[in-house]
Structures are given as structure tokens and as C-alpha cells.
Ligand binder design. Structure first.
Ligand code: BG6
Length: 536
């Protein structure tokens, strides 16, 4: 007998009541300047996102894109490379961003707005060339002086680029006679924002010499995911869940960010980063803050970010004994043999860098005291699955004591972030028949049953928000610092620990030590990483 049965709650052929999306207002005229214009991030995410924004008519008509890179290429070859990457998403078998064709009119319109500037971002001369390019963009594309500087470069350049922009006066927002900026200048900073509490603080000090906090947009791309933003709506637009969303009713929470990919071509980056830095103080804590925050008093950025920051501030730093790490060895992922981390390009033969981390986090406030948040993330696992699973406390057994029922399964509420976006609720029902027997069943909502899926890469909302100056979905300086504080003792302990790192088989659900971590607190166990196949 299957342990869990599934009740399907399919969407009807009709769209749900509130399905007609509201058209977002076009953003302000502006120029976007990308540092790292030929890099992977630009090609895979930023430019496809701009293409999508133009396609959906959210990008302002008066827009220009200036690409900056060291590569000695022409605007034409740069555009061709970007086009080739976009083309690779047609019928894309591997990724979540898949398109069936390129709208050539849209692409041409975008390509006509692109200007390429070749140069070294550490040299002041580049910024003189950039000034000319911005003036050209203003003249040709009527961008009214507004500019976004997008730093899609290695993190050790963040401070230098901001300083150079400042020295060239490119971040000044020239104030009018009323003291208000006449145009805006904003800087988008990718992760990682620092590598520790101290380095994040030092970076802030450095960039705040040039910028005001409201000019800085620290990106965490998880906040661009619809399913992450949807957590707030789910919690606060329904009267049903909030009363049970606390330590009286919830036993524990599991947050999983499992990937099937390995480190790919990012060995050099990963060797100095590791799974903890790469995923936990940013993406995983972002998910946690959405689940754990108190209701904001409004949907404005100050109200929301303050509530999230409160969650971080209430979290004690993790004890190293409550964290485990491991590194993948060779194995089979999704039916294909894969090599061990140490055999990846640009990875040291004796590397001790973790590709998997699990830890037990706590939030010491009235809502959550005593409710553990177990988080885990790793590469080369059995499935790609990002989810937040909330396990409710078990019902008292007394009512069933004189029946054949010998076990009550817990209620699980699972928020599926990716790839099969949805929400499911598992509960017990009586199995039909003369004997009292229980079965765990699931009600399952899938976004794709109810809403048409717009192809998007996840950066669209974030870029649009920078253009309209809405920082709600970006990390504030204090949040970044708190996040590092929470994980710092573990980073320090691992840096000092020279013993051989444990391994896990590629294609598995991770190391046995992660099971021990969660079992330590009682009869708890991780949910399987792979979800059972969906009935069709
Ligand atoms: C990035 C990390 O920030 O997030 C990657 O650097 C990771 O290592 C990626 O693969 C995961 O993002 P997503 O959206 O695929 O879950």
C-alpha cells in the first residue's frame, strides 16, 4: 500500500478570478551600464531578462544598454554573442528558462539600444569613456541622465568600481534648486556581498563613501522568484494559516535547496566560496525570513525589510556542532556518470571545500522559540528541488487507541519554490472500508495548472524594481551583516579544521551526517530530496 496518496486539485479550464495580470507601469527612461558585459551572468540572465521586459512592454522606450568588458570586441560581435546565448534557450532541455522562438522585432529593438565600451574597470580612463557613452545614450535614446550601474563582476572588484564611478562623478545625482536629484544614479551589486561579517562591513564602509544607501541595490536573485514573493501573499492574504503559524502548532521547518548540477566551470569561484557562503547567508536565509517574518504593517519597502531584518536579528549564531559539511564524490546524477568535486576543473586535488551543508537554525522570538529550522543545500544531489516544508505537531493519539491505527503521520505543508512550483498539504483521512484505517493524502496546488507560465529568467522583477527605485526585494546593509553573523562561527570552525572533509555520493540525498544532525533532536528525519513522480 502506498504510504501517501494524492488528491489532485486541478485548475479548471477557466482562469481563476484574479488571473488577469495587471500591466506594470513602464519604468523611468534610463541607461543600464553592465560591468562584466561578456560574462555568464550578463549573457544567461541579465540580457535575457531585458529582452523579456521589452517583450512584455515594461522596459521604457527610452532605454540604452552600455556593456563594459575587457574583451577587445565590437558592439556587433558583443550583440551577436548575446543573441547566440538567447537562441540557445529555444527548446532548452536543461534549464527552466525555455522559449520557443526569438521575437526578432523585439531583439532588434533591444540590439539597437546597445553600446559597447571596451576597457579595464580598474583604470580611471575607462570612466572617461563611460562618461562619453552615457552622454551618447542620453542624446540618442533620451534617457534623461538616469543610470543603473550593474556590477556583474567578481566580488573583489565591487569596491574599486564604485570608487572609480565616484571619482569620475558618475554617481552624482545633481541636485536641483529644490535640493532634489535631477536624475538618478543607482548601483546593483551581485553576491557575494563580502565573505564574512568584517569584509561585508568593510565593503559597506567603502561604497558608502561614494553612494547613499538608497542608491545601492544588493541583489539576491531568490527574491526575484515569484514563488518566493508569493510566500507573503500565502501567509498574509489568507485568514487560515497565520493563527497556526507559530511554535504552538509547528514542530519544525525544513528548507531544502538541492541541485543536480555540480560546480560546472566555476571551480575557481567555488574554491574560495563553498556551499555555505554561496547559498546560506543569502538564498537560504532569504527563504527563511519569508516564512518567519511578522506581518508587515504595509507593503512598502521599509515595513517589509524591517520585519525581515527582525528575524535575522533574533537568530543566534549557529553553533558549529549543529552544522555539517561534505563534498561530492563521483556517482551518477539523473542517470549520467559524474566526477568528484576534486576532479572538477580549477579545483585543488586535495580541496577541503564543501559542496553540501546542513545546519540547524533557531529564531529566538515569541513566535518561533523552540522551533528548529533545518536547512540544507548541496550540489550533485538526486534531484533539483527547492522547497520549504513545514511540519505541524502531531495530533493526540487518544482517539484512536482502541482501533488498529498504530501511527499518526504528521501534517506537512510544503511550499515548492522550484522547479515544480506549488503548494501541497498532507493530512490523514480514513481509508474507505469497514475497518478504521488511516492514509496520508495530499492536496496539491500547482501554479502551472492555474496560471499561464511566462518565460522568465527570474531577474525581470529585480531589474524592473531597480528602474522604478523600489528596494523592497533587495538586501539592506544591516541584513547582510546579520546574515554573516549567523553563520560566522561555522565558517571560522571549518577554516580552522584541517581534517579531511567527509564525502557523499553524487546523485544521493547527501551525507549520513545530515541525517544524524536532524535525528539528534528526536524522531525527526529529512524529507526525501526527490519528489515522487507526479501522477498525470
Ligand atoms: C547562485 C549560486 O547564487 O545560485 C549557484 O552561486 C547556485 O552556485 C544558484 O547554483 C542556484 O540558484 P537557482 O535559482 O538555480 O536555485
Amino acid at each position: 500500500m502506498p504510504d501517501t496518496e494524492t488528491i489532485r486539485t486541478h485548475g479548471t479550464a477557466q482562469a481563476p478570478q484574479s488571473a488577469t495580470p495587471r500591466q506594470a507601469r513602464p519604468a523611468d527612461p534610463c541607461t543600464m551600464v553592465i560591468f562584466g558585459a561578456s560574462g555568464d551572468l550578463t549573457r544567461r540572465l541579465v540580457v535575457p531578462a531585458l529582452y523579456n521586459l521589452l517583450r512584455t512592454k515594461v522596459l521604457p522606450e527610452s532605454f540604452a544598454l552600455i556593456g563594459i568588458a575587457r574583451a577587445d570586441e565590437t558592439a556587433e560581435s558583443w550583440r551577436d554573442n548575446l543573441y547566440a546565448m538567447l537562441k540557445s534557450f529555444i527548446g532548452n532541455p536543461a534549464g527552466e528558462f525555455k522559449i520557443d522562438h526569438i521575437d526578432e522585432t523585439v531583439w532588434k529593438k533591444l540590439a539597437d539600444k546597445m553600446i559597447y565600451v571596451q576597457g579595464d574597470m580598474t583604470k580611471p580612463e575607462l570612466y572617461e569613456g563611460l562618461r562619453d557613452a552615457l552622454a551618447e545614450a542620453d542624446k540618442t535614446h533620451h534617457t534623461q541622465g538616469n543610470a543603473i550601474f550593474y556590477l556583474a563582476v567578481a566580488d573583489h572588484f565591487f569596491g574599486t568600481v564604485v570608487e572609480n564611478l565616484g571619482k569620475a562623478k558618475l554617481t552624482d545625482q545633481n541636485e536641483g534648486s529644490d535640493g532634489k536629484p535631477q536624475f538618478w544614479r543607482r548601483v546593483v551589486i551581485e553576491k557575494p556581498f563580502g565573505h564574512s561579517v568584517d569584509s561585508a562591513r568593510a565593503l559597506d564602509t567603502q561604497i558608502l563613501r561614494t553612494l547613499h544607501e538608497d542608491q545601492i541595490f544588493r541583489i539576491d536573485h531568490y527574491l526575484g522568484k515569484d514563488t518566493v514573493q508569493a510566500i507573503m501573499a500565502f501567509r498574509f492574504a489568507n485568514g487560515l494559516f497565520e493563527p497556526i503559524w507559530n511554535r504552538d502548532r509547528i514542530d519544525h521547518v525544513q528548507i531544502t535547496a538541492a541541485e543536480t548540477v555540480g560546480v560546472e566551470k566555476r571551480g575557481e569561484f567555488y574554491e574560495v566560496t563553498g556551499a555555505l557562503r554561496d547559498m546560506v547567508p543569502n538564498h537560504v536565509l532569504t527563504l527563511l525570513s519569508m516564512v518567519a517574518m511578522e506581518p508587515p504593517v504595509g507593503f512598502d519597502d521599509a515595513s517589509i525589510r524591517t520585519k525581515k531584518a527582525d528575524v535575522f536579528a533574533a537568530m543566534p549564531a549557529v553553533t558549529p556542532a549543529r552544522a555539517v559539511r561534505a563534498q561530492y564524490r563521483a556517482g551518477t546524477v539523473l542517470g549520467k556518470p559524474v566526477k568528484s568535486y576534486r576532479d572538477e576543473p580549477e579545483v585543488a586535488a586535495g580541496s577541503n571545500v564543501e559542496t553540501y551543508v546542513a545546519m540547524r537554525l533557531e529564531i529566538d522570538n515569541w513566535r518561533w522559540a523552540g522551533v528548529p529550522f533545518y536547512v540544507r543545500t548541496g550540489k550533485h544531489l538526486s534531484a533539483r528541488n527547492t522547497e520549504i516544508a513545514i511540519r505541524f505537531k502531531q495530533a493526540p493519539y487518544a482517539a484512536f487507541q482502541d482501533t488498529p491505527v498504530d501511527t499518526l503521520r504528521p501534517n506537512w505543508l510544503v511550499l515548492r519554490i522550484a522547479p515544480d512550483e506549488g503548494i501541497s498539504l498532507q493530512f490523514e483521512v480514513k481509508r474507505p472500508g469497514p475497518v478504521v484505517e488511516l492514509a496520508a493524502v495530499k492536496m496539491d496546488f500547482r501554479y502551472r495548472d492555474w496560471f499561464p507560465k511566462e518565460p522568465n529568467v527570474g531577474y525581470e522583477t529585480l531589474i524592473y524594481d531597480v528602474m522604478i527605485g523600489d528596494p523592497t526585494l533587495f538586501m539592506r546593509a544591516d541584513m547582510v551583516e546579520q546574515a554573516w553573523r549567523i553563520v560566522q562561527p561555522v565558517l571560522d570552525a571549518w577554516a580552522a579544521d584541517k581534517t579531511e572533509i567527509p564525502t557523499y555520493e553524487s546523485g544521493s540525498d547527501g551525507p549520513a551526517s545530515a541525517e544524524e544532525l536532524i535525528a539528534y533532536d528526536g524522531k525527526r528525519a529529512w524529507r526525501p530530496v526527490s519528489r515522487p513522480p507526479e501522477p498525470t
